[in-house]
Design a protein around this ligand. Structure first.
Ligand SMILES: [Cu+2]
Length: 497
């Protein structure tokens, strides 16, 4: 009986124990826009509350000629990545024939992918969405439940002792016989022995619980954003190391082994906090000692937060998080793909800002949908770029191989997401995922080209990001584009309900 209570408690604990996270900070859902052969799809994947657990997938097709969609999860790379199990059929919405949904069991944590197979009037198409599935935190058991379980356990424990005592005292009595002193003494002895036995079982149960809880916590800690240990060297050079002070096991992320992701091994975002009025997007290089380092540009003294994106060899994207107080730095001028922005601090918003002026008199305009923006709803963020005369800009170029890069930061820094026109997936993970497809070449989205297009080829003056706010709150959105050889950053403040 007691063990059943304990099992119940343990199952509850299991259910409550593990929440997922992805590379971004505080933004676990996956948003992806890409082509499955001839079909253009927008895929939203809600990573399950528990692992193993059920992922919810929504797929919107741009064209109306899709007949059926099948989905299947598998590992992103290594063993198992080439042997997909039988795919599940996605369900077509009754109200919208271009909208499909499916539920998928994710059985393990780590770098996974969901393969999407499309059949339709234009034949078959396939795409793959990288999914970082992992444990995020242990939820505390709810107090009322813990109290109820404790009360039940005490009731059962005391009950067992009393029942055994009653058996010892009265089990051998004839009908109508009254227990005498010797019966009573025997009952007390048996009850004492039973109480000791019950206490021992409870103690073992607690040890079992404790070891399981530790094991869970270890898994949870494994996927926490690693701490970026930051150090200022020679007065102007920022050194970044991955530090796992929170777990005793060996370092899971070796900075010497990370994969290049859209042209760089590390994308580092330096934010002046708490105002968020200055931002740098830098690309540190590996050092001989297994760290990363970057020469800082000119910046004022202050408190700075660092988010550094890297992708491990399995295709799992990590965001290192750290903070540092910096003195005023004279620094070296920005070069290459490095960029910066400074402007007004993020304040409590009366309304969302949709217009961000650029240094040359042009501007970036957010085509914000009317009405309130809701958290946990997939949205498409569309930004158009205008020149100084208010006309669509004609000088757009790819920035690190893509039409644009966006960073979504929540005012309290609990959310940081680095996005691209292909969505929230890491470009390096996407390349691994696409490599396993049979029709890899034609289905690879043009956004992930690692070779930049020739600068003479102007892009459309518009950039889109599929994304959804992971929780209500105030967000600052940095939109980065390249025009005529210059990187420009537009900044938009938004409130999600
Ligand atoms: Cu980027």
């Amino acid at each position: 009986m007691r063990s059943r209570t304990q099992l119940f408690a343990f199952l509850t604990f299991l259910l409550a124990a593990v929440l997922p996270v992805s590379a971004h900070v505080g933004s676990p859902d996956v948003f992806y826009e890409g082509s499955a052969g001839p079909y253009r799809l927008v895929v939203t994947l809600r990573v399950p509350q528990v692992i193993p657990g059920v992922a919810e997938i929504q797929i919107r097709c741009e064209s109306g000629d899709v007949g059926a969609i099948r989905v299947v999860p598998l590992r992103l790379a290594g063993p198992g990545s080439n042997l997909p199990p039988t795919p599940d059929l996605a369900e077509r919405s009754n109200d919208d024939p271009q909208f499909f949904t499916a539920s998928l069991w994710l059985m393990e944590s780590g770098a996974l992918q969901v393969r999407v197979l499309v059949d339709g009037a234009q034949g078959r198409g396939e795409l793959s969405v990288p999914v970082p599935a992992s444990a995020q935190r242990t939820l505390p058991m709810e107090k009322p439940l813990a109290g109820l379980l404790l009360a039940l356990m005490l009731f059962l424990a005391v009950g067992v002792v009393c029942i055994v005592g009653a058996i010892a005292r009265e089990g051998n009595l004839e009908a109508g016989e009254i227990p005498d002193r010797s019966h009573q003494r025997r009952a007390y002895a048996v009850m004492l022995a039973t109480a000791i036995f019950v206490a021992a079982v409870l103690y073992l149960g607690k040890a079992w619980w404790g070891s399981d809880a530790t094991e869970f916590q270890r898994k949870v800690d494994f996927f926490k954003p690693p701490v970026a240990a930051l150090q200022l060297v020679d007065g102007h050079r920022l050194e970044i190391r991955a530090q796992r002070t929170d777990i005793k096991s060996p370092a899971y992320i070796r900075l010497g082994e990370v994969l290049p992701d859209h042209g760089h091994l590390m994308h580092l975002f330096l934010l002046h906090v708490p105002e968020l009025d200055r931002m740098w997007h830098l690309h540190p290089d590996p050092t001989k000692s297994g760290a990363f380092a970057v020469d800082l540009p000119e910046l004022p003294a202050g408190h700075y937060k660092v988010f550094a994106d890297v992708v491990d060899p399995r295709g799992y994207p990590w965001t290192l998080v750290g903070s540092i107080d910096l003195p005023q730095i004279t620094g070296t001028p920005l070069a290459g793909d490095d960029s910066t922005w400074s402007g007004a601090p993020l304040q409590a918003l009366a309304e969302d800002s949709t217009n961000s002026p650029l240094p040359d008199g042009g501007r970036i305009v957010w085509q914000r949908p009317a009405g309130n923006l809701r958290a946990n709803v997939p949205l498409e963020f569309i930004f158009t770029v205008q020149d100084k005369d208010g006309k669509p800009a004609q000088d757009m170029q790819p920035y690190m191989g893509m039409a644009g890069h966006a960073e979504f930061v929540r005012s309290d820094l609990s959310v940081f997401a680095h996005l691209h026109p292909a969505g929230s997936v890491s470009m390096a993970a996407l390349e691994l995922a696409q490599a396993g497809l049979t029709n890899a070449a034609p289905s690879a989205p043009d956004e992930m080209m690692s070779m930049p297009m020739p600068p003479s080829d102007p892009l459309r003056p518009e950039v889109r990001f599929p994304y959804g706010f992971p929780q209500p709150g105030d967000y600052r959105i940095f939109v980065q584009i390249k025009r005529a050889g210059r990187v420009e950053t537009g900044v938009f403040d938004a409130h999600a309900n």
